[in-house]
Design a protein around this ligand. Sequence first.
Ligand code: PMP
Ligand code: G9A
Length: 423
Amino acid sequence: MTDYTTLFSKRARGMKASEIRELLKITQNKEIISFAGGLPSPEAFPISDVQNICQKVLEEDGRTALQYCATEGITKLREALAKRMVDKEGMDVTAKNILITTGSQQGLDLIGKTFLNTGDTVIVGAPTYLGGTNAFNTYRAKMEGIKLDGEGMHPDLLADKLRSLNLHGSNPKLLYIIPSFQNPSGVTLPESRRKKILDIAHEYDVLILEDNPYSELRYDGESIRSIYSMDKENRTIYLGTFSKVLAPGLRVAWTVAPQELMNKLIITKQAADLCTSTFAQYMAYEYLAQGLMDTHIEKIKDIYRIKRDTMLASLDKYFPPGTTWTKPEGGMFIWAKLPEEIDTGLMIERAIENKVAYVIGAAFHADRSGKNCMRLNYTYASLDKIDEGIKKLADTIKNEMDLLKKKPETSYKPDDDGLITGV
Ligand code: PMP
Ligand code: G9A
């Protein structure tokens, strides 16, 4: 065999490596201060609680916890999550609406596999989570990006886009939304926009995929109801995960869907992995049942709030004129916009040489725009490294500006469009 590429499916040929996953390998080098991956703070992992639970699960339920389980997941975890969705997100759901998945990344893939044909259109934010676009891309969908402002997707822009696509004979199937503390921008959709977006989805008969890993990580302000809880027409599918609030290594997440869809999603998952790790599900259940989840979330919120404030203060202190950034009320990310002539994709090499990393803006745009932008994660780096890392990054940007031999004050167009990407 010399040329395997001729054997690859069209689907596999179109698949691209995730820039986040690739960077993760580089940032494992301890010398590099990483603002790249959206990783929780490793110092905050509740290791001894997990150890105690592990012991309990093995002693009391070892024979079932180490066995295969139903594809939809273990009943007591589905029940506990349904109750949590009712209490925390105001959803009208029971265990029958919950499918346990291996990370919400699997939820994204299962939804792509279940709904998307080659050439179908998915509406996404510009920027949006690249794991989402990668999942939809696997099923050869077309992505249509809608620029975001400081409050996420503007319903008018969404309506305009759907109208013009309709005129051209395209009826998008899916609208992918990360409503709270969006990855990568950190911005949050206000309740009024959520309602309008639902109305528009109704008008154009589009399914909404509400991906919500971050809403419980709110550091200021009031929480906002989920889109799923406002939906009277069963057109929303919701993704939740333990990854950001407990530990991504557990790989336990859940998809909430109208019952009519459940059977199909379960069949799709059967072919993917039979079931999510039974053992990990028992662990997640015990963590919830012992009431440890809420205490842990309060603890990490206190840690992350300080980290966010530290990063914002360091950005104020060091970033040069002509740069702007979002000020998120929660989640894990700040989105920074640099002068237009800077390409963060080219600058990343210099940043890594300077021992600091971020994710490049183009990675979060289906059309590879957003070249002058970057995503900064503030939860992973230790508190004492955040200031040092932002200083290194600011120095990298200033050098880049010098290299381009342009003065930021004269070359940069002021950010008066309210959009968080490009001009
Ligand atoms: N969706 C979003 C918006 C995310 O940020 C992430 C992780 N960064 C995921 C899905 C996937 O998370 P997991 O598979 O660990 O649940
Ligand atoms: O490690 C991953 O791929 C999960 C993190 C996602 C992100 O950085 O957004």
